[in-house]
Design a protein around this ligand. Structure first.
Ligand code: NAD
Length: 501
């Protein structure tokens, strides 16, 4: 099937999209449902500005119904008390159903968020399936603990599921980030209410259908679609939700902490924004650095939380580096997301595109220079495309150096000394990721120890796997997705101490 999909041209993808029946209802208690109010909102595809679906406009009443269903399922226990090998079987089947639904899920993702179809086919859908399968395998392999004690005593340290998890996710990698939450949360035996971003409901609804088909009991996974203020907020304030696992902006992440404090002190895990730096030393392999930097910012149109969006480059190689980045950028095709040659598609919506273009203007207004790119593209299509862009001569105090742009815009600043580069790289409220490019392993070790980020790459960028934890330092959040560490976010540890004769 995959080979088939790779051979398709743009017209064939467009025809497949036109034939698709798109579901916009929430999924609660094992059923697709309209919003209690009957209201919907329109989803506009960023590809061409056309309406593609009417989405149920979930609000507090819908969240209440989903949380009640999730709680009932948790108390019923037919998921959390199921034998480990059965839980594994259901989650593996869920992963296989995701893989089997590759064409539809990829189309939904691309139509909804504008990413290139072959990225959806090769990355988003298979990575989501891999993640569910990865956590499924823990079901009958993860042991709890027996603590050291004196004789005649037994201390068990057990993981217990928290109960009802509210998962609130953004629109940039809807399937992958949902899977990062669902895999460990479901494996641990919790029920989940997933609230997708209002810009990206389609694949989340499909995921819930597939999970149910795989054998997840009703109520264990619910999806409530809707706006952040109307559906996300009541979920985060809900007294019967035990944890919010949030990925999104730092601004909204801070609200999650407030909502938790104002309601039931639910646990909060936050994966938030980033402004990740590259430090390019004078002795770096410039070709390799340029490739890592260009793909690290232009992949997914820069709508990546850990996009390497700032470059600190030694002044002696700055011109050479920018020229090399431009050369790589020229090979990254901006185009219609259904064209298989496209490697950069559309930004998520008109407002966001204007925000990104506004940042470019603000940089220029503050004295930066557009080295290349900087403009909207394909305006006549009605879609929201922006060229791969580099802003040079950026100083650390400029807004474009400090704020997350979340678009295909790289800012470049020169440095003279290693200490200056490190200070600039760490001068950010964010700390999601960082990279250092150098031929000197002493510098590599010093820098990677001193850079403040959840991931530091050395002479590469954006390499990762499910086996490595992902998340931030500072205001990029706390708690980790991926790896065995993610599981512990979704459990409480219980000690059972027994004395015996
Ligand atoms: P956002 O914060 O605007 O929205 C994220 C989610 O929160 C959406 O589902 C939205 O509906 C919901 N929301 C918004 N306001 C809310 C409120 N008052 N109460 C409850 N829920 C609310 O972020 P976005 O624009 O969807 O995504 C872009 C941001 O996400 C960027 O800052 C990016 O860096 C970040 N992000 C971080 C990671 C990570 O792992 N660290 C991954 C992807 C994206």
């Amino acid at each position: 099937m995959t080979a088939n999909l790779h051979g398709r041209d743009r017209a064939a993808w467009a025809a497949a999209a036109a034939a698709l029946s798109i579901e916009g209802r929430s999924f609660i208690d094992g059923r697709l449902v309209d919003a209690a109010s009957g209201r919907t909102f329109e989803r506009i595809s960023p590809i061409d500005g056309r309406v593609i679906a009417k989405i149920a406009r979930g609000e507090a009443a819908d969240v209440d119904a989903a949380v009640a269903s999730a709680r009932t399922a948790f108390e019923r226990g037919d998921w959390r008390r199921t034998a480990p090998k059965e839980r594994k079987r259901v989650l593996l089947r869920f992963a296989e159903l995701i893989r089997g639904d590759l064409e539809r899920l990829a189309l939904l993702e691309t139509l909804d968020v504008g990413k290139p179809i072959l990225n959806s086919v090769n990355v988003d859908v298979p990575f989501a399936a891999d993640c569910i399968a990865y956590y499924a395998e823990f079901a009958d392999k993860l042991y709890d603990e027996v603590a050291p004690t004196a004789g005649n005593e037994l201390a068990l340290v057990r993981r217990e599921p928290l109960g009802v998890i509210g998962a609130i996710v953004p629109w940039n990698y809807p399937l992958i980030i949902s899977a990062w939450k669902l895999g460990p949360a479901l494996l641990a035996g919790n029920s989940v209410v997933l609230k997708p971003a209002e810009q990206s409901s389609l694949s989340a609804i499909r995921l819930a259908e597939l999970a149910f088909e795989a054998g997840l009991p009703p109520g264990v996974l619910n999806v409530v679609t809707g706006y952040g203020e109307e559906a996300g907020k009541p979920l985060a304030l809900h007294p019967d939700v035990d944890m919010i696992s949030f990925t999104g902006s730092t601004e909204v992440g801070k609200l999650m902490m407030r909502y938790a404090g104002e309601s039931n002190m639910k646990r909060v895990a936050l994966e938030c924004g980033g402004k990740s730096p590259h430090v390019v030393m004078a002795d770096a392999d410039i070709e390799a650095a340029a490739s890592g930097i260009a793909w690290g910012i232009y992949y997914n149109m820069g709508e990546t939380c850990h996009a390497g969006s700032r470059v600190m480059v030694h002044e002696s190689v700055r011109g050479k580096l920018i020229a090399a980045i431009e050369k790589v950028a020229a090979t990254i095709t901006l185009g219609h997301p259904f064209d298989p040659a496209t490697q950069m598609g559309a930004l998520i919506d008109q407002g966001h595109m204007q925000r990104v273009l506004g940042y470019i203007d603000s940089g220029v207004g503050e004295g930066a220079r557009v080295a290349f790119g900087g403009r909207r593209a394909f305006e006549a299509t009605g879609g929201y495309y922006v060229e791969a862009t580099v802003l040079d001569d950026v100083t650390p105090s400029m807004r474009v150096a400090r704020e997350e742009i979340f678009g295909p815009v790289l800012v470049v600043s020169p440095f003279k000394t290693e200490a200056e580069a490190l200070a600039m790289a760490n001068d950010s409220i964010y700390g999601l990721a960082a990279a250092v490019w150098t031929a000197d392993m002493n510098v590599a070790h010093r820098m990677s120890n001193a850079l403040r980020g959840g991931t530091v790459w050395v002479n590469t960028y954006d390499r990762s796997s499910l086996a490595t934890p992902f998340g931030g330092f500072k205001q990029s959040g706390f708690g980790r997705d991926r790896s065995p560490h993610a599981i512990d976010k979704y459990v409480d540890f219980k000690t059972i101490w027994t004395a015996y004769k």
